[in-house]
Design a protein around this ligand. Structure first.
Ligand SMILES: Nc1ncnc2c1ncn2[C@@H]1O[C@H](COP(=O)(O)OP(=O)(O)OP(=O)(O)O)[C@@H](O)[C@H]1O
Ligand SMILES: [Mg+2]
Ligand SMILES: [Mg+2]
Length: 485
């Protein structure tokens, strides 16, 4: 039998705020254990939670970026469970009235090759709500120590519809969501630091079947690649169970990204009863039109919209946009350089950034902000090449020097003798004439309308000029002569 996989994701993302969700103590990563705590985080008797408005702003922003509806009122609930990572014995979350409903994440599937853009799809989102993160248990040989630094950090949970059908789609979903949230400044989404975490719900059903199959929830998928591997592994496991005549049970499984194996953590019968109820210490929150429009006005262009604009309006190919666009700062750098370079030069600018600038930054382990090469340098270099003042090969050398010194390209070209020699017009005309006469075939082709035949004359001219002739002057002189022949 042929099966179809059905996948829904639950994604937890830490919101980048200065303080925690319900108290003013700082939120942060990498501090000494239990230094980011206070009576509220530790749930000492008599404390009351106070909402962090910046966290609400961030979630509303995330929701508006992916087209969610923001209901007029959302409320807070207690999810009760007993575990040492939560000193209160409950987590404050949103149960039946979350802050965002609906929306979708646009995804891009892998193309037929790396140079070709793949299919785009919109994956529907069920909801986004806000809750507080829990502490962390550090397991030693004989005991476990608890660190409450993470406890109380604002955490968004985005739940997707069961609408993905392959591990690739889930991978694309997480990549796109991460790019979007980073663009919005909502989170850095660093999975290694636990800023983004994902549970994957997976079921299979015979192709054509409408009813959903029994779902298995995979936990502890701590990189986007592990999510993809884990889902692939789980789909195969489920098919094998059914093919061998077994039945699937609803359970939570733990996937080990290192070994590629999974094991059952708990089944449905053992599922927690969280006894949700409205938190009596927190009022529901009204989100009015003014609040929404204030957030709406600060929303950046989405990554895929930016990519389409670069491709369609600036004629920059996918191979370049796919490198630029995931990085908001790099995209802004590119746009500034393209603007300075003038119309029609965006592709050349993109090439310098994606090939030369990124190579030099990588080799020197510098960040874009540290680069001595600014957008104006790139634009100036593109103009020099375009005017024929320097040849492309010389421009590469200039770039490396520019990166090391931050000097302007024109000065470097001058200093290093890299400018195309100002050729004597009479001499150039003679070389052009010689080259045309030596290649009657190309001449005939050119005259019959094949414009590109002109290129056949250029090699010998450059050779005669020892590579230093101005390509623009060569082209112009050739055309002038050819017009008379
Ligand atoms: N049969 C199914 N096959 C695959 N995915 C499913 C199926 N049924 C539901 N899902 C997905 O499972 C997820 C359920 O997440 P949700 O947070 O609503 O509930 P939960 O996992 O029971 O709760 P908790 O937050 O406590 O883990 C959603 O992403 C949904 O799309
Ligand atoms: Mg959930
Ligand atoms: Mg779940």
């Amino acid at each position: 039998m042929k099966y179809e996989a059905v996948i829904g994701l639950e994604v937890h993302v830490q919101i980048k705020t200065r303080s925690k969700m319900f108290t003013r103590v700082a939120a942060g990563y990498g501090h000494d254990e239990n230094t980011l705590t206070d009576p509220v985080v530790l749930a000492l008797p008599g404390v009351l939670p106070v909402l962090n408005k910046a966290a609400l702003d961030a979630i509303i922003k995330a929701g508006l970026m992916i087209g969610c509806e923001i209901p007029a009122v959302c409320k807070w609930d207690r999810k009760n469970y007993f575990y040492p990572d939560s000193p209160k014995n409950y987590q404050i979350t949103q149960y039946d009235q979350p802050i965002c409903i609906g929306g979708h994440v646009e995804i891009e599937l892998p193309g037929p090759s790396r140079n070709v853009m793949g299919e785009h799809k919109k994956i529907p989102v069920t909801r986004i709500h806000l809750e507080e993160d829990v502490g962390k248990l550090n397991h030693g040989a004989i005991d476990s120590l608890v660190d409450y630094n993470r406890a109380g950090t604002p955490l968004m949970e985005l739940v997707s519809e069961p609408a993905m059908h392959s591990a690739d789609e889930a991978y694309a979903f997480l990549t796109s969501l991460r790019n979007t949230l980073v663009y919005g400044g909502i989170s850095d989404c660093d999975m290694e630091k636990g800023q983004m975490r994902c549970d994957a719900n997976i079921s299979i059903r015979p192709i054509g079947e409408k009813k959903l199959g029994t779902k298995v929830e995979l936990k502890n998928l701590n990189s986007i690649s592990f999510v993809r591997d884990g889902i692939e592994h789980e789909i195969k496991r489920q098919i094998a169970v059914l093919e061998s005549g077994g039945t699937l049970i609803q359970e939570t499984r733990d996937y080990d990204g290192q070994t590629g194996a999974s094991q059952s953590l708990r089944t449905k019968e053992m599922a927690h009863d969280y006894r949700y109820f409205p938190d009596p210490d927190l009022m529901p929150v009204k989100v009015d039109a003014e609040w929404k429009s204030r957030i709406q006005s600060g929303i950046p262009e989405l990554p895929f919209d930016k990519q389409r604009r670069f491709q369609e309006q600036l004629s920059v190919p996918f191979t370049i946009t796919s490198v630029l666009v995931p990085d908001r700062d790099l995209s802004a750098y590119f746009e500034e350089a393209a603007k300075l370079a003038g119309p029609g030069k965006a592709q050349a600018v993109g090439n310098w950034i994606v090939n030369d600038l990124l190579r030099e930054l990588g080799a020197s382990k510098l960040s874009l902000a540290d680069s001595k090469v600014k957008p104006a340098h790139i634009a100036a270099l593109v103009k020099l090449v375009d005017a024929g003042t320097v040849l492309t090969s010389a421009a590469r050398e200039i770039f490396v020097e520019m990166f090391a010194t931050g000097d302007q390209p024109d000065g470097i070209a001058e200093r290093k003798g890299l400018k195309a020699a100002p050729t004597d017009a009479g001499e150039l005309e003679q070389w052009c004439r010689d080259s045309i006469v030596a290649n009657p075939k190309a001449l005939a082709e050119f005259k019959s309308g094949k414009d590109s035949a002109i290129n056949a004359f250029k090699g010998p001219i450059m050779k005669a000029a020892k590579g230093k002739a101005n390509p623009k002057a060569v082209d112009e002189t050739l055309r002038k002569l050819l017009a008379t022949m």
